[in-house]
Design a protein around this ligand. Structure first.
Ligand SMILES: [Zn+2]
Length: 469
């Protein structure tokens, strides 16, 4: 079964409590382990049982957990604030919410600013910030990895460290709960942490409350485990509209997309694309440099730490990236974001400092002595009340195009599912739908599922209906 990876092995044993015969592991002790077999072993921390209990079960779509009054009252507050646009309807999802259907939506007028349909990044509903999707710095590769923390990422994180690389990491909430030490390593290494929902489903297909719960519990588990309150998130598959943006915004979260896609999630053997195909996707982004297409501004590239093959692929391609691009930086540096978290004593380097070699943020909590909290109370400032929404300037990206309102019709993403049963003639090559001009927002809803869970095993076994239009 193609989707099985080392992550599932650990996930399968999630509920088996380990006996505390070994000393409690720490971030540093775990970071020394080599190989997924060791790294993905289940472990128990003093907080583990409690965290399993108070968070949404498994990797299923999150709802507000029974008896969670804190979440309830925050949710009521957001609901009554009037920020959620009532005219934006919930999109029709496939049964498993791993796909979404067009269902007669008018992508041309695109009233909901639905990225999956139109590539829209400039909300039409009032009071919402524009999405971040590009890196304003010329000759710069904005480095982002989705779907972590992967339990077996030490070799990859070592590589990033050895190469002085920092990335913006979009962590899945359920993964942070299941692999807290691996998540701690991401922060301790100086990466910039954003959210990627609790369970990695198509967000526009979920109810208002589910959207809230998917984001809220991801935010809270990150605060519990890492001690930081994030202010940014990336929708799985890029699937966001103004309703979902609004709920995120009520939680103080800025929406981040991308403008270049490697489609690495689909790499064989876990996916369907031969390595050469993914190599060539990378190469096309690398070649933008010699083609003079990053002279005015850089790119935000979508890559994944979803499995060992996507991580290996990056390590293989990075020397070429480095040769072609002057700078490879996290989005904090791209956008000169110094305080990405609510905890403003943690400061990230601005672009100028980053490229001069000062790559490590200051003021990070010491992860080895950090005591994991349980159900932290979040300090939430809705995005519209933040001086710098999500840490980004209100108008960023500064290099934003003037063409955002008039997207080409062909910008609709055509490829949409990682479904093995999908007929080949429906499969579109993501790189074919790359933006035609530099100022276009991202187009391709090609980010795909595969979450670290046994849920995926079930999915792989019962491949369902899916969408593409
Ligand atoms: Zn993802």
């Amino acid at each position: 079964m193609a989707l099985v990876s080392e992550k599932h092995v650990a996930a399968h044993h999630r509920f088996q409590r380990l006996h505390a015969r070994d000393e409690t592991p720490t971030m540093s002790s775990w970071a020394k382990k080599k190989g997924a077999k060791q790294e993905c072993k289940d472990y128990s921390l003093p907080s583990s049982a409690k965290l399993q209990k108070i968070y949404p079960h498994g990797n299923k779509i999150a709802n507000i957990v029974d008896g969670d009054n804190e979440a309830q009252s925050l949710w009521k507050e957001i609901q009554s604030s009037g920020i959620i646009p009532s005219q934006v309807k919930v999109k029709k999802g496939t049964e498993d919410h791993m796909g979404v259907k067009n269902d007669g939506y008018d992508a041309d007028s695109d009233p909901d600013c639905w990225w999956s349909a139109s590539g829209c990044t400039k909300p039409k509903a009032k009071g919402l910030s524009k999405d971040i999707y590009e890196c304003p710095e010329p000759h710069t590769w904005g480095l982002t990895f989705d779907d972590g923390p992967n339990c077996g990422h030490n070799e990859f994180y070592d590589y990033l460290k050895d190469n002085q690389l920092k990335a913006t990491l979009f962590y899945i909430g359920a993964n942070v709960r299941d692999y807290p030490l691996q998540a701690q390593r991401g922060l301790a290494d100086g990466h910039d942490i954003c959210l990627h929902t609790w369970s990695h489903h198509y967000m526009t297909t979920l109810s208002d409350e589910q959207v809230f719960a998917e984001l809220y519990y991801s935010m809270r588990i990150v605060k519990d485990v890492l001690g930081i309150t994030t202010r940014c998130w990336r929708p799985p598959f890029g699937d966001v509209d103004d309703r979902v943006r609004a709920i995120a915004s009520g939680l103080g979260l800025r929406t981040i997309i991308w403008d270049r896609d490697t489609d690495d999630w689909d790499i064989k053997p876990d996916g369907n694309s031969p390595t050469q195909k993914i190599d060539s996707n990378y190469q096309k982004i690398i070649d933008l440099s010699s083609q003079g297409k990053v002279n005015d501004k850089g790119v935000v590239v979508l890559t994944h730490e979803i499995n060992s093959h996507t991580m290996q692929e990056f390590m293989k391609m990075f020397p070429k990236v480095k040769k072609a691009y002057k700078n490879v930086v996290p989005l904090t540096a791209c956008m000169n974001v110094t305080t990405p978290y609510v905890e403003e004593d943690i400061q990230y380097p601005v672009f100028k400092d980053f490229i001069s070699g000062k790559v490590q943020p200051k003021g990070l909590p010491d992860m080895d002595s950090y005591e994991i909290a349980v159900a932290s109370k979040l300090k939430i400032t809705k995005e519209s009340d933040q001086n710098t929404p999500g840490g980004f300037s209100a108008s960023s990206p500064q290099a934003a195009s003037t063409s955002e309102d008039s997207q080409p019709k062909d910008s609709q993403p055509k490829d949409s599912q990682p479904n093995e049963s999908k007929p080949d003639d429906n499969k579109q090559n993501s790189s074919e739908s790359e933006p035609k001009d530099e100022s276009s927002p991202p187009k391709n809803a090609s980010e795909r599922l595969r979450v670290a869970s046994s849920l995926m095993l079930a999915l792989a076994a019962s491949v369902g209906v899916v969408l593409w239009w």
